[in-house]
Design a binder for this molecule. Structure first.
Ligand code: NAD
Length: 218
């Protein structure tokens, strides 16, 4: 999220995508304004909360007029960084990596894998799902030139830390780590670890112990 939104309370920020989706629909149906009561009914948030949330966005609804849909939409688009494309690099074009390159998060219009890296000479120089695969020798050069801020790591676990150390010399701020390796990083880099085996075990555990979905909180 952009800096101007850092003052918005977290609870309000969490409701933004909900408001955004609804307002986008309203906009495409040609509606210019919306009242907090209408919004409340649609997104199932009480209208007092909506009015308070919207006051953080500088959107003050007028009595009998409601809110300007265009103003709110452009505010949300900026706030949710829908206007800004985050360029992502993928390292390790094997089974998992190839699947991600072919998928490339097309439905998510604000993130895109723009380059990939591998050590296999048979893969370097090819295009997979329109994404060029480069040699690891050129990693830092490409990441810096393309202003990559996020990396997806799909390499064998034993090389994950070495590669992570190299990312410290780039502008990378986030790593989505699919390898089982636990990574040591500088404070400036955030790592999100996705362990499919753990997720699967956890699902099986919940199915066994909480077969009734209503008993568990998301
Ligand atoms: N395949 C899965 O379903 C799955 C599921 C969960 C987690 N993972 C994890 O994801 C990672 C990748 O799995 P995979 O099945 O795609 O493996 P894979 O062996 O098919 O692919 C690994 C790729 O990394 C490349 N590579 C090796 N050393 C490298 C280096 N130093 N620099 C850059 N690239 C290098 C290889 O050439 C290969 O293309 C592993 O750590 C694995 O444990 C895989």
């Amino acid at each position: 999220m952009s800096n101007e939104t850092t003052k918005i309370p977290q609870a309000t920020a969490k409701r933004l995508p909900l408001y955004y989706r609804f307002l986008k629909n309203l906009h495409s149906s040609g509606k210019q304004r919306v009242s907090s009561a209408e919004l409340s009914e649609a997104v199932k948030v009480d209208s007092a909360t909506i009015r308070r949330d919207f006051s953080y966005f500088g959107a003050l609804g007028k009595k009998g007029y409601g809110y300007n849909v265009n103003y709110l939409l452009s505010f949300f688009r900026k706030t949710l960084d829908q206007d800004e494309l985050t360029k992502v690099a993928l390292i390790g074009v094997g089974n998992l990596g190839t699947a991600f390159l072919n998928y490339n998060f097309m439905k998510n219009n604000n993130t895109k894998i723009t380059c990939a890296f591998d050590v296999d000479p048979g893969k370097v120089g090819t295009l997979i799902g329109d994404v060029p695969v480069f040699a690891m020798d050129d990693l830092e050069k490409h990441l810096n030139e393309e202003e990559i801020s996020v990396v997806i790591l799909t390499v064998p676990a034993q090389v994950a830390q070495l590669i992570t150390d190299r990312l410290g010399n780039t502008n990378v701020k986030g790593i989505l780590n699919f390898t089982p390796a636990r990574l040591n990083v500088a404070k400036s880099i955030r790592v999100h670890h996705i362990d499919l085996a753990v997720e699967l075990q956890s699902l099986v555990y919940f199915l066994k112990h909480y077969p009734n979905v209503d008993e568990t909180e998301e």
